[in-house]
Design a protein around this ligand. Structure first.
Ligand code: BG6
Ligand code: MG
Length: 206
């Protein structure tokens, strides 16, 4: 491994609870219930695609314009919740693991679908541990397309085959496989498939 490419939500920080709270509130405002099981389907998925999945649960169809409004509403709720984030919100072992990789000369990139990734890294106080950031603003094709990880490897000036991807979503594992990277799955519930190795958090790798 010459390069390590990290997904953000669910690998570095547990923002899924905040995403869920914000989506649930939108669903309630639209008059239906959005369960935690429904929320599983949104992991690794872009904001607009997440909204479309949520609307299909509520049997709601809407114009593109209306969808933009709802997606923006959800994001402002989510941003309010993100104000709670700080260094203590990092998943176990994250910072020591990143520091160890740096000390070993491994280059580090972020490969996330989130457009809020730079803000989240800042709130967590770990932006300076990354050599490159590829977020939801930098990619046009969502996971399972390999674009996000191919860009990450390119920004690190490395062959994707020399990079390992750390992922908690099946779509992300498929994207990493398609990019030709090694894959370590962060899998607390034993539900992921097709990775090279499985751990419950980055701390397990120390
Ligand atoms: C991914 C999350 O990392 O980012 C998804 O797993 C989320 O649940 C996606 O929808 C987009 O996030 P954001 O912050 O741009 O709304
Ligand atoms: Mg994730």
């Amino acid at each position: 491994m010459k390069g390590a490419i990290f997904d953000l939500d669910g690998v570095i920080v547990d923002t899924a609870v905040y995403h869920y709270a914000a989506w649930k509130e939108l669903a309630a405002a639209l008059g239906f219930e959005f369960t935690e099981a429904d929320n599983e389907r949104l992991k690794g998925v872009s904001r607009m695609r997440s909204l479309e999945i949520l609307l299909s649960v509520g049997n709601i169809t809407a114009s593109q314009e209306q969808k933009e409004v709802w997606a923006a509403e959800k994001n402002s709720r989510y941003l309010k919740l993100l104000e709670n984030l700080n260094e203590n919100s990092l998943l176990p072992g994250t910072k020591p693991f990143l520091q160890k990789l740096r000390a070993d000369g491994v280059k580090i990139a972020l490969g996330s679908a989130s457009k809020n990734a730079p803000l989240i890294l800042d709130n967590l106080g770990i932006t300076d541990l990354f050599d490159a950031i590829v977020d939801g603003n930098a990619v046009s094709k969502a996971k399972p397309d390999p674009e996000v990880f191919l860009k990450g490897a390119e920004l690190l000036n490395l062959d994707p085959a020399d990079c390992v991807v750390f992922e908690d979503a099946q779509a992300g594992i498929e994207a990493a496989r398609a990019a030709g990277c090694g894959i370590i799955a962060i899998d607390k519930n034993g539900i992921l498939k097709e990775a090279d190795r499985y751990v419950t958090c980055l701390g397990d790798l120390l």
